[in-house]
Design a protein around this ligand. Structure first.
Ligand SMILES: Cc1cc2nc3c(=O)[nH]c(=O)nc-3n(C[C@H](O)[C@H](O)[C@H](O)COP(=O)(O)OP(=O)(O)OC[C@H]3O[C@@H](n4cnc5c(N)ncnc54)[C@H](O)[C@@H]3O)c2cc1C
Length: 288
């Protein structure tokens, strides 16, 4: 593998290096856990890697706990996410997804931004962020910023809405300050237990009032369609119901609604039939 590396430290240097590489072959690298494997499989000629690892802008590097939201910089690693108390308490589905990603060594360097920008339908943190209805903050090399809902950020398998001169700076996640209970989790099924991307995944974040009413539901599914999907009709089905009254017939109806969003393929890791069966069963299981 042979490529040039540029390591900007400030936003000005970043903008300069992006501008200098327009129309040329360049890629961003954060933790490089995806990028290096991709380049090993498919080496590219005359490539410049813009290494984001030395950027000192807190907007890329920090976790901010605001009143109605949590903002996470694109360069924050999976390990930092799992050790952050705000995320453990307010966004447990994201904590669980980050904690199940790959292995300790990979989590040490793998970033949340890399997990989103690689746009794999099996992205663990990405799946949790879709369930949480996060927004992506995108910075352009001319200094302009735009915000897109996470579902619109993914445009296909390994494709995002990012333009050539744009970079993901952070994600913003709405949080609930009402003190409602949260029933949430990340269920990941793979062919083995560790170092493995999912063959099916399900992220759920359900808010419940003190008198047991579901006020908000966010459900996302991974590895069963070209992009991670938000299961709107399943979320609508739950909203307004009494959580403790969801029995087996309601959970089956809920699981059937989730399947509407799945269009899995058969590949070397699992058949489409298997993925649908597993998705149906794990969907029901969240009420058991
Ligand atoms: C052995 C192994 C096991 C793995 N297991 C899992 C798993 O269980 N679950 C899972 O979800 N993933 C898994 N992965 C994939 C990978 O570790 C994650 O997707 C990780 O979060 C990628 O982050 P990174 O910082 O390493 O990204 P990088 O490799 O640095 O970048 C990934 C892509 O995103 C682009 N990019 C990165 N940051 C930005 C940015 N801020 N703006 C614009 N573009 C950007 C890069 O150009 C590249 O195309 C695994 C990888 C390996 C090697």
């Amino acid at each position: 593998m042979n490529f040039n590396v540029a390591s900007p430290e400030t936003n000005e240097e970043l903008f300069e290096v992006i501008a200098a590489n327009q129309g040329r072959n360049f890629r961003f690298g954060a933790g490089c856990t995806d990028l290096l494997i991709e380049l090993k499989k498919q080496p590219e000629k005359d490539l410049t890697v813009i290494n984001l690892g030395y950027l000192n802008d807190p907007q890329f590097n920090s976790i901010e706990n605001n009143d109605g939201s949590v903002r996470i910089g694109a360069l924050v690693t999976a390990n930092r996410i799992t050790s952050d108390l705000t995320i453990q308490e307010r966004l447990p589905v994201l904590y669980e997804a980050a904690n199940q990603l790959a292995s300790g060594q990979i989590r040490q360097v793998a970033t949340i931004g890399g997990n989103l920008c690689t746009a794999s339908p099996a992205g663990d943190m990405a799946c949790a962020l879709v369930a949480l209805k996060a927004e992506c903050e995108i910075l352009s090399a001319n200094g302009k910023v735009r915000v897109v809902p996470i579902e619109d950020f993914f445009t296909g398998v390994r494709k995002t809405d990012l333009k050539e001169n744009e970079i993901l700076r952070s994600v913003q996640i709405p949080v609930n300050n009402s003190g409602e209970k949260v029933h949430s989790g990340f269920i990941k099924v793979g062919v083995r237990r560790s170092m493995e991307c999912s063959v099916v995944s399900l992220a759920y974040h359900i808010q419940i009032t003190a008198d047991d009413i579901i006020t908000l539901a966010g459900i996302a599914i991974g590895s069963v369609a070209p992009t991670i999907k938000f299961a709107s009709s399943a979320c609508e089905y739950l909203t307004g119901k009494r959580f403790s009254e969801i029995g087996s017939s309601e959970s089956e109806e809920f699981a059937t609604k989730i399947l509407e969003y799945a269009s899995p393929i058969s590949d070397i890791r699992a058949s489409a039939w298997y993925r649908e069966e597993v998705l149906f069963n794990i969907s029901k299981s969240i009420f058991e």
